[in-house]
Design a binder for this molecule. Structure first.
Ligand SMILES: Cc1ncc(COP(=O)(O)O)c(C=O)c1O
Length: 447
């Protein structure tokens, strides 16, 4: 018999435990009941840097990198920088043995300034400009993923020396996710469909360019893929296509990049991708596909973004006001919102939230955490369990905010973007400073 059986009232009064699947690996409570990450109390960070603030747990990022490296000792893991690319993250992931996928000249500049070896960089994008392509080839970027016939010709015209290239393929696989992040189906803007020999035509065009070297095929099926079976079909179709290219052109492609899209949990009970399970499936699928096509095993590349950084991030907000609508919900307004987390408005994403600055004593009840911006859809977390004695000034922490938050943030309503601080072994350091009104005004050069 447990204490809860003896005193059932404890069920409503006890502090809900933080779900370790959602929070950074170093999360704990200090003796005052405050949440701390990397040995630093979030309440102290809120006091020092203000709110909203993105907190990033370096140990968590490194832990995810190591988990991937252990699960895929022979594959190349290219972190997808679009999830969160700042110099510190570029430094951590390369030190952990990952390479890097970038999708613009801006991301490339961040990577290079962090000292990433350009040969370990892959450049993506469906509308790269001539300047971006030239910048990338001049920098010595390892591989460029081409996305259209126009781009193949453009790249050939700007590459001063032999440039390695992969072709982005849409293998006709529907992950049944949100339409905005379903990128493996034929009828969308990315890549070349396998149907109507469009990929074959792209391969022929690349192979005709003396300064382009076709090394492999690439696909990215979408995001938040928890059922990894779709990667089996992708591998089967892409290896089949590699076999066609061999028979049509006598060329053996050696790289097969199956993209990212591995799921992370945002709320308790959400599914997540297990890298070890994925590794076993990839191995099996490669065995099958290569045997069927009598094709030599290609080098696998994976591009996880969210799965590397999402759980390392926690965003801190301060409660501004609390309002209960008679017969309706209780709204907790905080000092951030859709400009630092547009994912709720964009994808209908759901988040968890917890009080970070104290022991949340007392009964808990469902509340909806909303932002400060001029949109009714400016919501951060719907029906999360928060203490009834929540009050203005309390610090709310939203977990799993390391991916596609800073990188998607805006200055909507003239509110500057939050800073990013990293925590590690009891120390905190600012990596990106808060965007000030002066920064916003600094771009205004005319009237
Ligand atoms: C080409 C490519 N690779 C990798 C990723 C990373 O996806 P995720 O962060 O879901 O792993 C994306 C995301 O859009 C992508 O477009």
């Amino acid at each position: 018999m447990t204490l809860l059986d003896i005193f059932p009232s404890l069920r409503t009064t006890m502090t809900p435990r933080l779900d370790p699947a959602l929070w950074p690996v170093t999360t704990s409570h200090d003796d005052r009941g405050r949440i701390s990450i990397g040995g630093v109390a979030l309440d102290d960070i809120a006091d020092q840097y203000g709110t909203p603030t993105y907190v990033l747990d370096e140990a968590d990022v490194r832990h995810r990198c190591r988990t991937y490296r252990a699960a895929f000792p022979e594959a190349e893991i290219a972190y997808a920088g679009k999830a969160l690319l700042i110099r510190a993250v570029a430094d951590w992931i390369t030190r952990e043995g990952l390479s890097l996928d970038v999708c613009s000249a801006g991301e490339l500049a961040i990577a290079l300034s962090a000292g990433v070896d350009p040969r370990r960089i892959i450049l993506h994008g469906n509308a790269k400009s001539a300047t971006e392509l030239r910048t990338a080839v001049d920098a010595g970027v390892g591989r460029i993923v081409v996305d259209s016939l126009t781009e193949i010709r453009l790249l050939a015209s700007v590459a001063p020396r032999r440039q390695k290239v992969m072709i982005r393929v849409t293998p006709g696989i529907d992950i049944h996710g949100h339409h905005a992040v379903t990128t493996g189906v034929d009828d969308q803007k990315f890549g070349f469909p396998l149907s109507h020999n469009q990929t074959g035509e792209a391969a022929r065009l690349v192979l005709e360019q003396p300064n382009l070297q076709l090394v492999g095929l690439h696909c990215h099926l979408g995001s938040q893929i928890a059922d990894v079976e779709c990667f089996r079909s992708a591998i089967a179709r892409l290896v089949g296509q590699m076999a066609y290219i061999r028979s049509d052109h006598g060329v053996i492609l050696t790289t097969l990049d199956i993209g990212g899209g591995h799921a992370v949990p945002y709320r308790p009970g959400d599914p997540q991708t297990d890298p070890a399970e994925l590794a076993a499936l990839v191995d099996d699928a490669l065995d099958e596909a290569c045997a069927r096509n009598r094709f030599p095993r290609p080098q696998i590349v994976l591009e996880p973004g969210r799965a590397v950084v999402a759980r390392a991030g926690v965003t801190l907000y301060r409660v501004v006001s609390i309002k209960t609508i008679p017969g309706g919900r209780t709204f907790v307004s905080v000092d951030g919102g859709m400009s630092d987390n547009p994912r709720v408005a964009l994808y209908g994403a759901r988040y968890d939230a917890a009080v970070a600055n104290r022991h949340p004593t007392g009964r808990h009840t469902p509340m909806t955490v909303v932002g400060r911006f001029c949109e009714a859809g400016d919501i951060l977390a719907v029906d999360v369990s928060l203490p009834v004695d929540l009050h203005p000034g309390d610090v709310i922490a939203v977990p799993c905010t390391g991916a596609y938050h800073h990188s998607l943030a805006s200055s909507y309503n003239g509110v500057g973007r939050p800073p990013i601080v990293a925590v590690r072994n009891g120390n905190v350091r600012e990596l990106v400073r808060r965007e000030s009104v002066a920064d916003l005004m600094g771009r205004e050069i005319g009237i």
